[in-house]
Structures are given as C-alpha cells and as structure tokens.
Design a protein around this ligand. Structure first.
Ligand SMILES: Nc1ncnc2c1ncn2[C@@H]1O[C@H](COP(=O)(O)OP(=O)(O)OP(=O)(O)O)[C@@H](O)[C@H]1O
Ligand SMILES: [Mg+2]
Length: 366
C-alpha cells in the first residue's frame, strides 16, 4: 500500500527518451523545456511574473529572483512530466548564462549546475541572444544560411549576418534604447499598463498610422545602427504640446503612428542588409517580433521581394526555454560543455560573444 492509499501495480513500460533540459531565468519568466536528442521539442513551459511586476510598472529585480526560486523546481518537474521524460533520460542541462538580471540568472545557473552535477551529465551555458537566434531554427529547422538575423527584444536591437548556424557577425545595433524599450516607454507615456509593448500593439490596432507621423530615426544614416531615444522624446513633446493646447488626439492614432515609426526603421534596415549582403533569408526574433504590425509588414515585404522569412510563432518570440534548449542542443552536438565554475554573467555584452565558449565554433579553440 502506498502512502496515499494507492496500491502498487506494475508500472507501464516506458521507452527511454534521451533528452536535454533547457532552463531560462534571465528576466521575469521562469521557463523550462525538454528537447529530445533527436531534435524535437517535447515540452515548453513558461511561468510569467507579469502579475508580480505589473503594479510597479516594470521588472523589480529582487522580486524576480525570489519568484524564480519559488517556481523553478515546480516548472522543471512539470516540463519533464509534459514531455513524458524522467530524470534518467536527461543527457545534458542547458541554462541561460547571460545577459540578464544578476539575481535572476544566478537562480537558473545554480539550479542547472546542481541538477547536472547530481545527474552526472554536462551543463551547457547558453547566451540569451543565441537562444533568441536559435528560435528561428526551432521553428524552421531547414532555414537557409547565409542569412540576416534581426534580434529585436527588450534589451537588444542587433542586426547580424549569419554565414552559417553558430557564426554571428554583428552588422549594427542600437546606439541607445532597444526597440522593446521604445515600445515600453512609449506605452508608459500613453498611460498603458505593463508590459507596455503588447498593450501598445493592441491599442495601435484600432488607430490609423498615418494620422500622426513621427520621425524615422537613423533610417538613412548610421548604416545598420539604430537609435530610438529621439523617437521617445518626440512622443513626449507631442503629448506635452497637445496637452498644453488642450487638444486631445486619439491615443490609438498616436500609438499607431509611434509604432509605425519603429516598424519602418526595423524593416527597412533589415531588408537593406538582405540586399547588401546578397542573401535570401531574413529571420526576426526576440520579444518585439511578436508585434502584429511588424509581422504583417515583414510578411508583405518578404513576399513582394522574394525573401525567405523566419518569424517564429508568438510563444517563441518572448523569453522561453525552448530557445535555450534549442541553442543548448547545438552546443551538445559540438560537445561544448561548460566547466563547473560556470557563473551567471549579467553583463555578457554582445562584443564579448567571440571569446565566449558558446560562440566559438568547434575547432577554433576556446
Ligand atoms: N506585441 C508586441 N509589440 C511590441 N513589443 C512587444 C510585443 N510583445 C512583447 N514586446 C516587447 O518585447 C520585450 C520583451 O522581449 P524579450 O522577452 O525578448 O526581452 P528581454 O528578454 O527582456 O530582453 P533581451 O532578450 O534583450 O535580454 C518587451 O520590451 C516587450 O514590450
Ligand atoms: Mg529575451
């Protein structure tokens, strides 16, 4: 008789599924995913903390860390159960090493390392951006290379030339705010609730983007660099001006006009890179790639210009562990294990990618 009154019957015979566990805790999502070593995503669970941070209007790092501690074990169990995978099936643990919030990253890295050590399997440190990039191949396993990849998220707006999977050449990046920040700060000015990007997207869907025109920063300069802080200031001045003249412009039109300026710059620069480097594929990844207007414009332009477009489905755009597992699976195939002194690296800059083990191709040494 078992403790809860059940009798012990013979367990159904389970076929082992050699797998890899992915863990993501870089910001305000606690996420776990299981990937089979054959390359199939078996489960992908995300526990979002939006309700925790919403009343503060942004992520509170200390609260994020505490929530990760509370949830990481439970979400890992749930991901394994959903995948039908047991501890003994795990062959490696891949965990986001950085960049991100220090305390939040430490939770995932400590948990992942401890689990790997206990199971006697390797631990793999994943760069958060390589995770976002991997989401394109997660969705489109045969996506063409060389290609251009735009990573457009809460902390990054980076344009890469990717000659082959695992090799990233930075063409340009934002000189100030990331596009996600521009969405979030713009949403705040418009009085929308956190998280701002999706709220602004929803509001803009009911507005006309041509009613209020905002500047397109850096559209025709800075080559492949971006700048969004001036756009944010334009919105601030626009709203102040309207208020002082006691004119009310419909918020939906303002949101649509503001969004259109961001989308225009992102699309034009990405397509310019595609043309200049003579590639046929464009992948757009990261939280902002969930934006409905960006997706619609990209799809229309890609179709018109005969470009293959990789636009991962919504739940692969914002932070998730499937992308970490996918990037970890690439590393696993190349046996790029981390050492046991793997540590969280909150400021892991994009410029630091080259010497970072996860970004060094096999045969080039560490
Ligand atoms: N539909 C949307 N429209 C516009 N922005 C969106 C939408 N959905 C999410 N975002 C934005 O995406 C960002 C979150 O993306 P993501 O989770 O990839 O960022 P992050 O992990 O915080 O930053 P990074 O990946 O750069 O470290 C936020 O700025 C959010 O407002
Ligand atoms: Mg992210």
């Amino acid at each position: 008789m078992l403790r809860n009154g059940q009798t012990l019957t013979s367990a159904p015979c389970r076929v082992p599924t050699p797998s890899l566990l992915g863990i993501e805790t870089s910001c305000d999502e606690t996420a776990a995913a299981v990937f089979s070593l054959e390359g199939n995503l078996l489960s992908n669970l995300v526990a979002s903390q939006h309700e925790v941070h919403g009343r503060f209007g942004g992520v509170v790092p200390e609260l994020a860390s505490r929530k990760h501690v509370e949830r990481i074990e439970e979400i890992t169990h749930a991901a394994l159960n959903r995948a039908g995978v047991g501890w003994s099936d795990l062959r490696a643990i891949a965990v986001t090493q950085g960049p991100g919030l220090a305390g939040a990253l430490v939770v995932g890295v400590s948990f992942g390392k401890a689990l790997a050590y206990a199971l006697g399997v390797p631990c793999i440190g994943v760069h958060h951006l390589e995770g976002h990039i991997a989401s394109a191949w997660l969705e489109y396993p045969d996506f063409v290379t060389p290609c251009i990849v735009l990573v457009v998220s809460g902390g990054h707006t980076h344009l890469y030339l990717v000659p082959q999977r695992g090799e990233y050449r930075l063409l340009g990046k934002t000189l100030d705010d990331a596009a996600g920040e521009a969405f979030d700060k713009g949403a705040k000015m418009l009085g929308l609730s956190y998280p701002g990007g999706p709220a602004l997207d929803r509001l803009a869907q009911t507005g006309d983007p041509s009613t209020v025109r905002f500047p397109r920063p850096y559209l025709n300069k800075g080559r492949f660099n971006f700048s969004f802080s001036g756009l944010k200031t334009s919105l601030l001045y626009y709203l102040r001006d309207r208020q002082s003249r006691q004119e009310s412009s419909l918020p939906a039109h303002v949101a649509a006009g503001y969004q259109e300026a961001i989308v225009d710059v992102l699309v034009e620069k990405s397509l310019r890179a595609v043309r200049q480097y003579g590639v046929t594929g464009l992948a757009v990844v990261g939280g902002v790639s969930a934006n409905s207007r960006l997706r619609a414009v990209l799809q229309a332009r890609a179709e018109k210009e005969g470009i293959r477009l990789a636009l991962p489905r919504m739940h692969f755009c914002t932070d998730n562990a499937a992308m970490v597992a996918a990037a970890g699976w690439w590393a696993y195939q190349e046996q790029r294990w981390a050492s046991w002194d793997l540590d969280a690296q909150p400021g892991l800059a994009i410029e630091a990618m080259e010497p970072f083990p996860s970004f060094v191709r096999r045969g080039q040494g560490r």
